[in-house]
Design a binder for this molecule. Structure first.
Ligand code: G6P
Length: 603
């Protein structure tokens, strides 16, 4: 979703801001803008559409200056127009700001501002925030007190980067429930909502906490609490590098990241194993804590939710622990009946998904233990959950997740095995067998990548179809759901996943001659093959994803993957390829599908 970048230093700000915005593009956005100050004048340029358009536009504009802020906006309040794009300004440019998040009481604030004589040019909540801040500044006379007052009165979520006209060379920033980090290096300072935007300049980052204020000048950053009292913060070494956000020889980030899966999975396993045994001590997870859990609730959104569904099967079958998976957006509002022995596992690539974050808070409020499986180091969910297991996918740029999903699965399998051991459900032999199975995954994933060509051919046969169905039983149903999501988000083909046995209770009426049905078939093999026969008999074009050496009768195309007791991990790869190649075949923007955002920081 929206991205923020800021710079104040010795060099011209514009190229640094534009490069930062390019690095934030993967978050998903529909307009972009920058504000650059040369000490006297702040100049703004913005447009609906991509950063490259902004880049082109600013070539003929005079945006000189060594201090500035930039933004990519994912529209919430008001369409994706130039007018609604950030930065937003007060009338006399006393306050110029960019904002991530949603100001929830903006309507009330706007009414009050209108009464005070303020006029508005956009439909955004951000313009209201900027003008409210301008009002606070006029009351308080200086930025720190103004920001402190602003935070008292403004409700909702925000990461706000502000240029105050009278404070040359300074950027002020505040945050609540939306990330912001600050980096200082070589007499220059950087600000971003997301580490990759500034990782090439500095690896030491100050992660701002809720309701902190940052005052950033060239080469220095000072931090204050919400009452504007100065606080000391310690910089943390970032776990990302700028290069990760380059796609190299690959046509798309999606393809690059599919290919990165064996390594990402291997890194994740290695980080959680020590001398062949699971070791969660770095996360502070004790054997006792796991042993005392009587139920697991997994909360997540999107693909992370599908990873949760796979893990539900794993936890229940291996650890014999009752497990429920809930969409975080539902969980947080329905007063779930969490037992005192509940472990709430939040799964999130970004660690910033608003619904998942609020689900963690809800779980904590209810007294449950909270454990996050998160990819982005230092992210909000990682910091707020009691325990965090980091996946080691590296920066994932393509909006549709692939490698992060695969790493979520392995981190989850290891958690399941450890839960099983803690609960006395695994003897040493069984424990070792599971570890071996997990450790074998990177090599099997490498082998699975060889399916690329066949998957591309299959994709060519389905790319023109309006509807595709995915079916599977048991854990394969969860994989079918992920395959269906990949296809619809990347290629915009309508896709639905069904439990293979359920299809005939309605959706089979939609099968026509040539309708593609992709069948993930491992669990309950014969029964699923029978379900495939049912759709074939009605004219479906059938594609199976099955273990090597398995003969799937009725499948016109079989995409064979290595056999594994962790079939979900290998079976998802051909489905990722199907989604990817269908998108390519249809000429879609596969890395940045329309309307989608990588990190969904609003409810
Ligand atoms: C967005 C992304 C999905 C992702 C979901 C959850 O919708 O487009 O790919 O699965 O958010 O994101 P998270 O960062 O919490 O895993």
């Amino acid at each position: 979703m929206c991205g923020i970048v800021g710079f104040t230093g010795k060099r011209q700000a514009l190229p640094i801001l534009l490069k930062g915005l390019e690095r934030l593009e993967y978050r998903g956005y529909d307009s972009a803008g920058v504000a650059v100050c040369d000490g006297k004048t702040t100049r703004i340029s913005k447009n609906a559409g991509r950063v490259y358009v902004l880049k082109y536009k600013t070539e003929s504009e005079n945006l000189v200056g060594t201090c500035g802020i930039g933004h990519t906006r994912w529209a919430t309040h008001g369409k994706a127009t130039e007018e609604n794009a950030h930065p937003h300004t007060s009338e006399d440019l006393a306050v110029v700001a960019v904002h991530n998040g949603i100001i929830e009481n903006y309507a009330r604030l706007k009414t009050m501002l209108v009464e005070k004589g303020y006029a508005f040019y956009s439909q955004t909540d951000t313009e209201v925030a900027v003008k409210w801040l301008d009002y606070c500044l006029k009351q308080e006379g200086e930025p720190l007190q103004a920001l402190s007052r602003f935070m008292e009165q403004v409700e909702g979520s925000y990461a706000l980067a502000v240029l105050f006209k009278e404070y040359e060379g300074e950027i002020y920033a505040i945050r609540k429930d939306s990330p912001l980090l600050v980096g200082v290096a070589n007499g220059e300072s950087f600000l971003a909502s997301d580490a990759p935007a500034i990782a090439e300049y500095t690896g030491d980052l100050y992660y701002m906490e809720n309701k902190e204020i940052a005052q950033i000048t060239a080469g220095e950053a000072r931090f204050y609490d919400e009452r504007a009292q100065e606080i000391k913060k310690v910089a943390v070494r970032a776990k990302t590098s700028g290069e990760e956000t380059e796609k190299g020889a690959f046509a798309h980030f999606t393809l690059k990241e599919i290919f990165e899966q064996p390594k990402a999975v291997e890194r994740t396993i290695n980080a959680l194993l020590k001398d062949g045994f699971i070791d969660f001590s770095a996360a502070g997870i004790s054997e006792k804590m796991l042993k005392e859990r009587g139920q697991v609730w997994i909360v997540a959104c999107g693909s992370a939710y599908h990873a949760g569904l796979v893990l539900q099967y794993f936890f229940e079958s291996v650890a014999k622990i009752p497990t429920r998976v809930e969409l975080a957006s539902e969980f947080r509002y329905r007063n779930p009946l969490l037992g005192k022995d509940a472990l709430v596992v939040a799964i999130s690539q970004s660690g910033e998904t608003a619904d998942t974050l609020f689900a963690v808070r809800e779980a904590k409020r209810a007294g449950a233990e909270t454990l996050a499986i998160v990819n982005v180091y230092g992210s909000s969910i990682a910091r707020e959950a009691k325990y965090t297991l980091y996946t080691q996918a590296g920066t994932e740029v393509a909006v549709a997740t692939t490698k992060a999903y695969s790493t979520q699965l392995v981190a989850g399998y290891l958690l399941g095995v450890e839960l099983a051991r803690g609960r006395g459900g695994l003897d040493e032999r069984a424990y070792r067998a599971w570890i071996e199975e997990i450790v074998a995954l990177p090599a099997k994933l490498s082998q699975t990548l060889e399916i690329r060509g066949e998957a591309e051919q299959a994709a060519k046969r389905i790319a023109k179809q309006p509807n595709v169905f995915f079916i599977g039983r048991g854990v394969d149903y969860a994989t079918a759901m992920e395959g269906s999501l990949k296809l619809k988000e990347i290629s915009y083909i309508h896709a639905e996943a069904y439990a293979a046995g359920e299809l005939k209770h309605g959706a089979i009426s939609l099968i026509e001659t040539g309708t593609p049905v992709v069948c993930v078939v491992d669990s309950m093999f014969e029964k699923t093959v029978s379900n495939l026969a049912e759709v074939k008999a009605r004219g479906a074009f059938t594609i199976a994803v099955a273990g090597e050496g398995k003969n799937v009768e009725g499948a016109e195309v079989t995409l064979s993957v290595p056999n594994s007791r962790l079939f979900a991990s290998v079976a998802v790869v051909p489905l990722q390829f199907l989604g990817y190649y269908c998108g390519v075949e249809r000429g879609e923007d596969v890395d940045k599908p329309r309307n989608l955002a990588k990190s969904v920081t609003v409810e």
